[in-house]
Design a protein around this ligand. Structure first.
Ligand SMILES: *Cc1c(COP(=O)(O)O)cnc(C)c1O
Length: 408
């Protein structure tokens, strides 16, 4: 039995979308690793912004512009506090994880020399692979890969062997979106620093479950997307240590990121504006702040504990289905279950689940190297959030059984 301190009935009332039907069935939303749903408190913030405050920021002397600027900068302070960054200007508000990673990858083009090494884990999302491959093409740096084992855990002994004085940067996700593995980032950060390498942690999948403390982690860069933690799409964070953000060149040129512009030379604005060219997603930033307020009011320890119970329950029930295999059996996991049924294509299972109102993800989950490792075309991935219930797990399990019966 699930015993929880969370008031799930009250929490579910905050999410209007959970009341809707899909194909005539109550929606069972289990695609939280792709994007989370939005609570009324965040929706209200968005409506309020466009109804009462909408203006461009940092420029106008008029009241609306000042109010919008204040609200946006207030949101930055909420993000700073949440991730415990030392300074507010170490928080760059971006359009999301992908944007954040590209800012850093672009910046390192000015730092890396041919023959330098950068290291990625075998468990990455494409957005934490492709920008670095592009960086290697530009600089002549060499990409090394930390391998994984059959449980979906990184082989840390190999990591330590690959690490050398040539390693300049290591990047790894905190939690794998495809398998749910929680990676030993503390060990990675500490060992990389001993060799003088910087570390970027992709926290996109961890942030909805684990509150990361960037100072305690001593991480150089930490990146997240707002839309995976109850916020809107199109907003995210790049945390960088001040010294690194000073050192990296800007990614985009434009308004807001300059100190002075002449046709001879432009000087750049101070942090964080140096990396925030153009009009940002003002409303999105403010709503991201509201999302952090919402999740913190529930509390991350309670969220993690409840989701863990859902994970154990779902794992046990799904494994009872004949021919079902779960990929990603790491000891440390968030509430993601990636699975296949022998002899059935994941897409076919996903289609039948959708007919039954159950939303899951099927395919390679933007992590093709992982699928290649397991020699499978993809998986069915059910990913849980704190607003999901044990009853919904039961609906999932019954739907998978039905799909199996229909397809085999
Ligand atoms: C979702 C995700 C990304 C990409 O995030 P975007 O919001 O699409 O930029 C990157 N890495 C991981 C681990 C993810 O889960």
């Amino acid at each position: 039995m699930i015993q929880t301190v969370l008031d799930i009935v009250a929490i579910r009332k905050d999410f209007p979308i959970l009341n809707r039907k899909v194909n005539g069935k109550p929606l069972v939303y289990l695609d939280n690793a792709a994007t989370s749903q939005t609570p009324q408190q965040v929706i209200d913030t968005i409506v309020d912004y466009y109804s009462n405050t909408n203006a461009n920021i940092h420029r106008g002397v008029h009241t609306l512009s000042q109010e919008a600027t204040d609200a946006y900068e207030q949101a930055r302070l909420k993000v700073q506090k949440h991730f415990n960054a030392e300074k507010a200007h170490e928080i760059i508000l971006t359009s999301g994880t992908t944007h954040s990673i590209n800012i850093v990858a672009n910046g390192f083009a000015a730092i890396l020399q041919p023959g330098d090494e950068i290291m990625v884990s075998a468990l990455e999302h494409h957005s934490n692979i492709v920008p670095w491959q592009m960086l290697c093409e530009r600089t002549g740096a060499i990409l090394k890969v930390i391998p994984m084992n059959l449980e979906g855990e990184l082989v840390m002994a190999e990591f330590h062997k690959l690490l050398s004085d040539r390693t300049k940067l290591v990047f790894c996700n905190h939690v794998s979106n495809a398998l749910g593995t929680v990676n030993p980032i503390e060990e990675i950060i500490e060992s990389a620093h001993k060799k003088g390498a910087a570390v970027l942690i992709d926290g996109a999948q961890a942030a909805p479950h684990i509150k990361a403390d960037v100072q305690q982690l001593d991480v150089d860069f930490y990146v997240v997307s707002g839309h995976k933690m109850c916020g809107p799409t199109g907003v995210g964070m790049l945390y960088g240590k001040e010294a690194w953000l000073q050192k990296l060149p800007p990614y985009q040129g434009g308004g807001e990121m300059i100190a002075e512009v002449t046709f001879e030379k432009t000087t750049y604005a101070d942090l964080p504006h140096k990396f925030e060219a153009g009009t940002p997603n003002i409303c999105g930033g403010i709503a991201f702040g509201a999302a952090l307020d919402y999740m913190n009011a529930i509390g991350f320890p309670a969220i993690a504990a409840y989701e863990d119970e859902l994970l154990q329950y779902a794992t046990e029930k799904l494994l009872a289905i004949e021919g079902l295999k779960i990929y990603g059996t790491a000891k440390e996991k968030t509430a993601v279950v990636s699975f296949n049924i022998e002899g059935i294509h994941p897409y076919d299972i996903g289609s039948i689940l959708d007919k039954l109102g159950v939303a899951v993800r099927t395919g390679h989950h933007c992590a093709q190297p992982i699928m290649e490792f397991f020699k499978i075309p993809g998986t069915v991935r059910a990913s849980f959030s704190f607003y999901n219930t044990k009853e919904e797990v039961d609906v999932l399990v019954a739907a998978v059984e039905r799909a199996r019966a229909m397809l085999l």
